[in-house]
Design a protein around this ligand. Structure first.
Ligand code: CO
Length: 183
């Protein structure tokens, strides 16, 4: 399916944040066609910000609401007036490294240390279809790298150390059981 077909299939009222191990989280997402940067996409982005703030998250990628297109949102300050949208992001540069505790709305109750670049330069499009380039550091850079991973089907569980996986084994198994029971 291309981005138009994926957007047409979206039912905004039934959108919710999906959890590991839903297979939609492992998909390499589709580029958003320029003509799809429209009202439908803006409505989806708006609904995603509502879901993100309601779940107390600082970032959310479209595949986390089951829409496997290359878009994510972030709000490092956790402020609705400071919410950024990235469409078809490309990471242009990564610099430095930092290990910090990270969580993910698709992995409730799990926090683990992940090594990321300290500074990232990203190029993306906004909801007006304008290209922009941004250099971010610390938490803002971490969110961009985490959400960009989602667009490639790369999850927190794939970034966890063996030790972190063992420490979170019980919670991961509970999420797997919940998913199996909901099917
Ligand atoms: Co996440």
């Amino acid at each position: 399916m291309n981005s138009s077909e994926k957007l047409q299939a979206v039912d905004l009222n039934s959108l919710r944040v999906i959890h590991y191990p839903d297979p939609r989280l492992k998909v390499v997402c589709t580029e958003v066609a320029y003509e799809d940067i429209s009202e439908t996409l803006r409505n989806l982005a708006f609904r995603m910000t509502e879901l993100m703030f309601a779940s107390r998250g600082v970032g959310l990628a479209a595949p986390q609401v089951g829409v496997t297109i290359r878009m994510f949102i972030s709000s490092p300050e956790f402020q609705p007036e400071d919410c950024h949208v990235y469409i078809n992001p490309k990471i242009l540069a990564l610099d430095g490294s930092e290990i910090c505790e990270e969580g993910c709305l698709s992995f409730p109750q799990i926090y683990c240390k992940v090594k990321r670049a300290k500074t990232v330069t990203v190029q993306a499009m906004n909801l007006e279809g304008e290209m922009f380039t941004e250099t971010a550091t610390d938490l803002a850079a971490r969110i961009i790298q985490h959400e960009n991973d989602h667009l490639n089907g790369m999850l927190l569980s794939d970034r966890m150390s063996t030790v972190a996986k063992l420490a979170n084994r019980k919670t991961l198994h509970e999420l797997e059981a919940e998913f199996a029971a909901a099917k």
